[in-house]
Design a protein around this ligand. Structure first.
Ligand code: ADP
Ligand code: MG
Length: 328
């Protein structure tokens, strides 16, 4: 098996007394489009800023393309294209000059700069804006410049923080199409606080709430879970196949989903709504003579979180583009 594009283990981050991320672990496979879905303040931006090496974690590790974000941040940045939440752009530069500048500082070979800039301007439909000053661009075009600068050094991994916020419906469709067209030869993580947004673009969704991953699934399964089931996560030291069969035999268990973790048999167990099968699961593991390493309910509050997501208005005017330094 090839190494995953991104490996995050037990990541925590506090800002003073605010615990923004608590023990977050996940992996992203190469070529995958993964969505971070969560209400405002969930910890999406914090996770992304750690992944791109802008923010050190309080504890835990993040490995991007085999490189540790803390120890090898230069290697990491070379491999990642990052669209920050509120990008600051150089208003007195033309689109083309800005992209050439970004290509150069990201290490694109001198003789390839023009070719790369032309390519990303075509990809993001900016060609006709090449000579326009960035300060004169509309919100939609500024966002395209943001995407173009993330792509200009041709990175294999893209981290896009709320890429469609503030765009009009037509621009949203175009941006989604662009992101989908990058799939396959790019690994993409994008964040959103709007459920349909990630459902339409992503193959897998991590639901983040109060600094924790509370659910992880394909968009269609998330919808099914919203319609009704409870989920338990269990980690067992024992032969995965036998453990799985024993779990599936418990009355009330709807599905047992294996989640590969090095050497340990880890499963998500879907149970009928309103049931708590933790004791039965523990009993089955003990009866099998295996070691029970972890047993906890997950996604119990999923419904509540989804309500927050879907009732929230897309916020087109948050933040102040002037006070953010992430653009360069
Ligand atoms: N620079 C900061 N200083 C203090 N608290 C912060 C800072 N950035 C984020 N936070 C807090 O961390 C939590 C997660 O924020 P963030 O990662 O921006 O969430 P999201 O992107 O999901 O909206 C929130 O409670 C937020 O108030
Ligand atoms: Mg954010």
């Amino acid at each position: 098996m090839t190494q995953p594009a991104i490996q995050v283990k037990n990541l925590s981050k506090s800002y003073g007394l605010t615990l923004a991320l608590r023990d977050v672990s996940f992996e992203v496979r190469r070529g995958e489009i993964v969505g971070f879905l969560g209400p405002n303040g969930a910890g999406k931006t914090t996770t992304m800023r750690i992944l791109v090496g802008y923010l050190p974690p309080t504890s835990g590790t993040a490995i991007v393309d085999g490189y540790d974000v803390l120890k090898d941040s230069l290697e990491v940045r070379r491999r990642i294209g990052y669209l920050p939440e509120n990008i600051s752009l150089y208003n007195d530069m033309t689109v083309e000059a800005f992209l050439e500048f970004m290509a150069t500082i990201r290490g694109v070979a001198r003789k390839r700069v023009r070719e790369r800039v032309r390519a990303v301007m075509a990809q993001t439909r900016l060609d006709h804006m090449a000579r326009v000053l960035i300060g004169k661009l509309s919100r939609g075009y500024r966002q395209r410049v943001g995407l173009a600068q993330a792509l200009v050094h041709d990175p294999p991994i893209l981290i896009l923080d709320e890429p469609t916020v503030g765009l009009d419906p037509r621009q949203i469709i175009e941006t989604r199409q662009l992101i989908k067209s990058l799939a396959g030869d790019h690994t993409v993580i994008l964040s959103s606080h709007i459920l349909p947004e990630v459902s339409m673009t992503c193959q897998r969704v991590l639901v983040i709430h109060q600094g924790q991953i509370v659910a992880e699934d394909a968009p269609e399964n998330l919808a099914a879970r919203l319609r009704g089931s409870e989920r338990i996560r269990v980690e067992v030291r024992g032969p995965a196949d036998q453990v799985r069969r024993a779990l599936e035999a418990i009355p009330g268990v709807l599905a047992v989903i294996p989640e590969a973790r090095d050497g340990v048999a880890s499963f998500a167990i879907d149970c009928a709504v309103g049931t708590d099968l933790r004791e039965q699961v523990a009993e089955a593991v003990v009866r099998g003579g295996w070691g029970l390493r972890e047993l906890r309910p997950v996604g119990m509050s999923l419904e509540e979180i989804f309500l927050k997501l879907t009732t929230e208005e897309p916020d087109g005017n948050t933040g102040n583009p002037g006070d953010n330094r992430e653009g360069a």
